[in-house]
Each structure stands twice: as structure tokens, then as C-alpha cells.
Design a protein around this ligand. Sequence first.
Ligand code: ZN
Ligand code: ZN
Length: 600
Amino acid sequence: MKNTLLILSLVIAIVSCGPKQKKQEESVGSETTNIENIKEAFIDDLWKNYPVWASYVGFHDYDDQLPIPDQSRRDAQLEFSKNWLDSLSSIDMDALSENDRIDVLIMQDFLKGIEFDINDYQSFKWNPSSYNLGGGFFQVLNYRKESLDDRLMTIYEKLAHVPAFYEAAKANIDRPTKVHTDLAISQLKGSISVFQNSLNDSLDESGLDAQKIASIKSRRDTAVAAIQSFVDYLEKELVPNFSEENTRSFRIGKELFEQKFYYDIQSAYSAEEIFEIAVAEKTELHDKMYKVSDALWEKYFGEQEKPGKRLDLIRMVIEEVSKTHVHRDSFITAIRQQIPELEAFIKENDLIDLDPEKPLVVRETPKYMQGVAGASISAPGPYDKDAETYYNVTPLDHYTEEEAESYLREYNQYLLQILNIHEAIPGHYTQLVYSNESPSLIKSILGNGAMIEGWAVYTELMMLEAGYGGDQMEMGLMYYKWNLRTVCNTILDYGVHVNNFTEEDAMQLLVKEAFQEEAEAKGKWKRARLSQVQLCSYFTGFHEIRELRDSVMNQRGEDYSLKDFHHEFLSYGSAPVKYIARMMLMDEQENEGITENSSL
Ligand code: ZN
Ligand code: ZN
């Protein structure tokens, strides 16, 4: 599954009418109607072929279906990809609006990515954790617009396919990685208990007759037995006999990493180029951090002698500054108070127009979502436009005194503000509001993660450049530390998969050079072995946006304005930065080479 990120679609008054708006109106004609039909047909066909993904996105017509992951399924996916690539190739790109052109490019990239996944990447062979059905069933069970009884009957249909699903899964597994096998075993065990408990709870609440309930339970038991037999296969047959020959490394290697980076990140750069840029950036950040820490030394340490090593000095100052934090009981209150302050700063400095009709609601993370502490944006999916958007903040109630203290030092007074910029305003939340002003279902469904994360990371820099935090050097230091995390995510990802980083290398990077806590670093090392390429998205998007801004600034000279840049950039929706760059820079250069497709 390519993208389970849900992007909100809000009904919203259009605030700004830049030059983009006009261009779209000019191109209304037969090609425009045609492209709308094509996109609609594509999405219909997409959900037919990917019913489980559809449930995640909030499209529930195919909830009862569960494709069996066997060879004929993969052939059908390749067919889907080939047919759509054929029909998209006949579109007259020059006749399209900029936003439609980008949609076509995004569809083409996605379709080529399917071929890559099946023919080259082949995680269906080596990643047993890709066969976890818990979430898919949960999406159906929680679709509140349908009555509980109807949902349970849908689940009854879906359950019928579970035994065949795990038969195919078992047949697919070929030299799995150890880490993904371990992950699969623990996740599937959890999944089994979800199947039993939440389904039992729902059956208790339902009005179905006893016979129907008995049939559902019996199918559920058969399904659970199928999952259990897959777990047993992994745990009792494969794991005890693991050897060099029948497992493979979690490192995907240079060639696959580059290709996956190309399809998932959709950057104008190669992974290797981004890695090298990140390495250089790390050095630069260390220089800046040393300067600030050195200047702050006296304030926190008085006459005490400075340590000889630069990194030691930085660490000591960070530790002192981190002690300034809110009380555990006022964590949410502090965030709630922050939002209007950020809005006021943005307005005062004329950085971006914020829609006053859409204030962000800060709430306690609902209980069912409270897995890990932290903050997140909860946005309705493209098929649930009217739902509210929330900024979820998990209270620290269940933390011990020690855990709370460590968490609050991490999200200290300064870093908490940077977090709010990233998650809320003008980061993720603002971007989502803008992307809904030019609604494109294609971009909601196939939205580019590097652009989305890159924007949030970019706004941290932009706010500080505009003078946010005043002359507090502590704010600068904490910003650099936060940014360094983004940079090191990229170095770690490429380092682990391409440069054979050991756990020791990873710890050296994250703890010694990025000033992270041991526990955080251990978690990141695990994540880097389980995921591929995703950790590069934050820095890649950030770097490309920063560069695009420089190009636009150079090109426009006196006509450049930061606010216009933001509005224009955001008007394209969640598209890859390289395509937005093409459109924005083309405005001035006018039309060249847009139809030619960049390929690997
Ligand atoms: Zn404290
Ligand atoms: Zn983010």
C-alpha cells in the first residue's frame, strides 16, 4: 500500500486569488472535462483493485472484499498499472491546467511504482508483517455511517477470505528478514486479540439474531485459526531454522534504495545526493550550535571551565536549557495558549494568510488513539469532508514522575513551540487547509509525503528567520537540535540500507552527534531497519523547498514576496516539490519540456 495518510478536505472559502486561479479558468474546455472523467474513472478502478486501502481512505463500497495476495492478484495489479499507463499516455498535457498536469504526473509515478513493487522490490516475499489484516477490519468495524448490524454482516463476508489470504501469504514468504519476521509475529498476536475482543464487544451490542451471530463467530474462529497457523509457521518452523541461506538482510542495498527513493520520495535528487547534502548540513549545524552554546555557557555555567570537545559543550548547554519546561499538568493548556500567539505572529509579520473561519481545535487525544505520547493532527479523509480537524495532544497522566520529566525536558519550553509550528500553524494544519482550497482527490489519495513533511520542517526555519523567539539564543539552539534530528534521519536511513551502518554507528550518530536520549536512539535504530526511505522524506522535502524558494527569489528579484511564495507553493496541493518547482519556475520561463517524463 502506497499511502495510508489521510488528508483532510474541508469546505472552505477561498481566501486568495493569485495568478494560479486565472490559469485554471482559462483552460476550461473539452480537455478539462475529459481529464475530470479520466481521474474519476481512475479512482473508481483504483478502489476496485485496492479495497482494503479504500477502507482506510474512507471509501467503503468494497469493504466486504479481501484480495488474496497470490500470483493472479499480482498479475491483475500489473495489468491495472499497464492499462492506465497506456491510457494516460494519450492525454494532451499542454491543454491541461497546471494542477491537472501534476495530477497526471502523480498518477503515472504511482502506476510505475506498482510495477517496481511487484517486479523488483518484492516485499511480499521478505516482509511477513505486510500480512496484517487487523487494521483493515478495524476500518470497516468503525465506519460509523453504516449501522452496526450492516457492518457486522460486511465483516462476515470479508472474514470468508481470511484462510485463503494466509495460505497465499505463507506461499509468498521466501527468505524473509529476521526483523520483519519478529515484527509480524508480535503484531499478528496483537491482531488476534483485537479480532476476538472488539468483535465480541460489537456482537454484544448488535441487534442481529442468534443464528447470524453464531455464523459470524464461527467464521471469525476459522479466521483466527488461519492467522494463528501463519504465526505458528513463522514462529515454530521458520525462526528456529533461520540461517544465512534462508533469510536476507534488512538492508535493501544501494540499487533498491535508489529506486524506492525515486518512487516514494519523488525528489529531483538521487538518494545518494540527498545523503551527501545531509552530511554537509550536519557539519554546518554543529558549527552553528557550537557558536550558540559557547555564547550561552556563562549564563548556565558561570565560571566553570568549558569542556575541551565541542560536542560535549553543546550537550551540556542543551541539558541545562532543557530544564526550562512546563509542568506536566499544564502541558495541554500550554499548547492551547500557544496557537493564538503563533497566529498573531504570522499576521504581524505578514507571512501567510490564515483563514479565520477555520481555527484549529486543540483537544486531548481520544483514548483509543493514545498509544504513544505526543501531538498529532487528526484530519478527516477525502470522503469525509465535513468532519472536524483536531490537534491531538496526549496528556502525561499515565507517566511516572521520571518519564514525565524526561518527556518534558525533550519538549521543553522552546522545543514545544517548534513542535506547535511543525504540527499546527503554519505547519501541517495550515498546509492542509490550503491544499483543500484546490481540492484534488488524486493529491489527497496519492499525496507526496516528502512535500507534506518538508513543508512542516520548512515552516520551523521560516518562523525563526522572521524573528520568532526574539533574541532568545535558547530558541535557536533548540531549533538546531530539532533540525539536526531531521538531518540525521536521512543519514541514518541511507547509512543503514546502503552504507552498512552497525548499531554502534547508529548510536554514535544519534546520541553523540545529534544529542538524542539513548531510548529515543534505540527506537530510531529499530525503525530504520524496519522501514526504508521514509526517514529521508523530512529532510528531502525541506531541502527542496528551501532551494525552490531561493530560485524563485532570484528569478523574481524585486517582485519577490515571501507571502506570495507561500501562497503559490501551497496552491498546488500535496504534490511532489519537483513538480511544484517546474510549475512555479515555468511561469516565468514559459512552457518547456513539461510533457517529457523524467525517469530513473
Ligand atoms: Zn523538570
Ligand atoms: Zn510532520
